[in-house]
Design a protein around this ligand. Structure first.
Ligand code: CA
Length: 366
C-alpha cells in the first residue's frame, strides 16, 4: 500500500514539474515575442512661476506620480511659466503640439474661448464642491471637452483654490458708492462687474501687485486667499481684508493635453493621467483649505489685519451687475450662451441641495 502511495506521489510530482517547465517555457516565449513597452517623454509647460507653492508644487508632484505609476513609461519634463514659452502661451503651445501637456486656468483663454470662463470661475458661480459635482457627475466635463476639441486640446480639472478673498482695500467699503472711482487689480469678469459699479479694473501680474498697492497706483487688489496673500506681504500695503471672494468662489485649475499626443498613448497610460489629474484636483484644494486656516489666523493675530465682510447691500448690487455682465457676454458668443444656460441650471439645482445640506448644517452649528 505504502509503495503504491509513493509511486503515485512520484507520478504527481513529475506531472507538476513538467507542467511547471512548460509554463516557464511558455512565459519565456511570450516574453521574447512581446516588444519592450514603449516609453514616452513629454514636455509640460505651466502658467505658474517656478516654485509657486501649491500651484507649481502640485504640478511637479503630478509629473513624479505619473512616472512612478507608469513604471517609467511616461516621463514628463515640467517647465514653469516663461521657461520654455511665456506663461500665457500655455494653451497655444499645447494646442499646436509644441508641448504635449500644460497646466493653468481656463479663464486665461477667455479671448479665444469665452465660454471657458465657466470652467474656471465666474462671479457668483459655484464653489469647489459644486464645480466638482458638475464636472464629474453633471455633464460639465463633457461640455468642457467639447469646447476645447476644435483647439486639439483635452482638458481635465486639476486643482481648486476654494473660495477666494474679496481682496485688500485701503478704505472701508460700506456702500456701493465706495466702489466708484476705485482702482482695483481684478481680472476677467470680476473686473467687468467692478467697472459696471463705477470702479476701474486694472490688470497686473502677480509680481507687480505689491508695489502698485504700496505706492498707491491702485487702491485695492484681489489675489488668491490668506495663504498666498500673506506670502505676497499684502498686509503691509493695505489695511482692510474683505471677504467673500464673490468674483472667484471656487477657481478651477486645469491640466491640458494635446489631442494627438493623447491618442498615441495606450489605454493604461491615459487612465494614469486621468486619475493623477483627479488626485491633483483633490490635493490642491485640500492644501489651500489647510494652509488658508493657518494664514488667516496669522494675518489676524500677528499682523493685526482688519478682516471684514462685504456688506450684503454691496454683494447684492454686485450680483445684479454680474447678471447684466453675463447676459452681455452671452449676446456676443453662442457658445458662451449655451454653456451659461447649462451651468446656471446645474448651479440652481445644486444651490437648492446645498441649502438643505451644507447651509442648514452650518446654521445648526451656530
Ligand atoms: Ca484671484
Amino acid at each position: 500500500m505504502s509503495h503504491l502511495i509513493l509511486r503515485w506521489t512520484v507520478i504527481l510530482w513529475s506531472i507538476l514539474i513538467i507542467n511547471g517547465c512548460n509554463q516557464q517555457q511558455a512565459a519565456t516565449e511570450a516574453k521574447a515575442a512581446t516588444p519592450p513597452a514603449k516609453t514616452f517623454t513629454w514636455k509640460m509647460v505651466t502658467t505658474w512661476p517656478p516654485n509657486f507653492p501649491i500651484f507649481q508644487e502640485g504640478v511637479m508632484q503630478l509629473a513624479k506620480d505619473i512616472e512612478a505609476m507608469s513604471g517609467g513609461r511616461l516621463k514628463i519634463q515640467v517647465y514653469a511659466g516663461g521657461e520654455l514659452v511665456p506663461a500665457l502661451q500655455t494653451f497655444d503651445a499645447v494646442s499646436q503640439g509644441t508641448v504635449q501637456m500644460g497646466h493653468g486656468a481656463a479663464y486665461y483663454w477667455a479671448g479665444k474661448v469665452p465660454a471657458a470662463q465657466f470652467m474656471t470661475a465666474v462671479p457668483f458661480g459655484m464653489t469647489a464642491k459644486g464645480m466638482n459635482a458638475w464636472f464629474y457627475g453633471g455633464g460639465g466635463l463633457e461640455l468642457w471637452r467639447e469646447l476645447y476639441q476644435p483647439f486639439n486640446v483635452v482638458p481635465f480639472p486639476a486643482g481648486n483654490s476654494g473660495v477666494q478673498m474679496a481682496g485688500w482695500f485701503n478704505k472701508k467699503i460700506q456702500t456701493v458708492d465706495d466702489l466708484k472711482g476705485l482702482k482695483m487689480r481684478i481680472p476677467g469678469l470680476g473686473g467687468k462687474v467692478l467697472a459696471k459699479a463705477g470702479g476701474t479694473p486694472v490688470l497686473l501680474a502677480g509680481g507687480e501687485i505689491y508695489t502698485a498697492l504700496e505706492r498707491g497706483t491702485i487702491d485695492a487688489t484681489e489675489w488668491v486667499g490668506p495663504y498666498h496673500d500673506e506670502r505676497l506681504g499684502l498686509y503691509r500695503a493695505a489695511k482692510y481684508y474683505y471677504y467673500p471672494g464673490w468674483h472667484e468662489p471656487g477657481t478651477v485649475l486645469e491640466l491640458i493635453v494635446n489631442a494627438q499626443a493623447w491618442a498615441t498613448l495606450p489605454y493604461d497610460l491615459q487612465r494614469i493621467i486621468e486619475i493623477a489629474a483627479r488626485s491633483l484636483n483633490q490635493w490642491m484644494y485640500s492644501q489651500f483649505e489647510a494652509l488658508n486656516i493657518k494664514a488667516l489666523h496669522e494675518l489676524k493675530e500677528k499682523y493685526k489685519v482688519d478682516v471684514l465682510p462685504l456688506p450684503k447691500e454691496v454683494l447684492n448690487e454686485l450680483k445684479r451687475l454680474t447678471k447684466e455682465a453675463l447676459a452681455e457676454e452671452a449676446e456676443k458668443s453662442a457658445d458662451f450662451k449655451r454653456v451659461y444656460e447649462t451651468f446656471e441650471k446645474f448651479r440652481q439645482e445644486h444651490d437648492a441641495w446645498t441649502a438643505i445640506a451644507d447651509d442648514a448644517y452650518s446654521d445648526a452649528l451656530k
